[in-house]
Design a protein around this ligand. Sequence first.
Ligand code: HEC
Length: 124
Amino acid sequence: MSLNIKKFNPIATLSTLVMTLVMFPVSAEVNQEQFELGKQKAKVCMTCHGADGISTQDPYPNLRGQKVGYLISSLKDYQTRERTSGLAILMQQQADTLSDQDIRDISYFYSVLGNEAGSLSDSN
Ligand code: HEC
């Protein structure tokens, strides 16, 4: 006759706990300061790209939730005239007024818009 009593296994319990933490990580902190700074600097952009990053006109692209690296490289490409097609001339003039820091802050702002996990409001 064999008794099959399951004993409390501390290793199994610990690994379950670790797996839970790995699978449900606390969402990444938003850098509120840079977000607000970017938002201020992006005021001029909102005429065309919308206050919420959804553009106001069909020919203007949405920026909401775009990858930060893509936003930064696009703005640099307008500055260096790597991007010339279509309505790029509008953006070249805009990009010319921005410092590298402005580009980083504004790009951060647009990349976070729509990804705030409810912690930030973009309506004001
Ligand atoms: C006068 C309207 C206007 C304003 C103001 C404006 N943009 Fe644009 N933006 C455009 C248009 C039009 C395009 C598409 C240009 C093209 O064909 O490359 C564009 C494209 C872009 C792109 C590339 C998007 C993509 O998907 O490739 C970025 C990034 C961008 N704008 C950022 C900005 C930022 C940041 C500002 C403020 C400093 C700004 N824009 C202000 C009209 C505008």
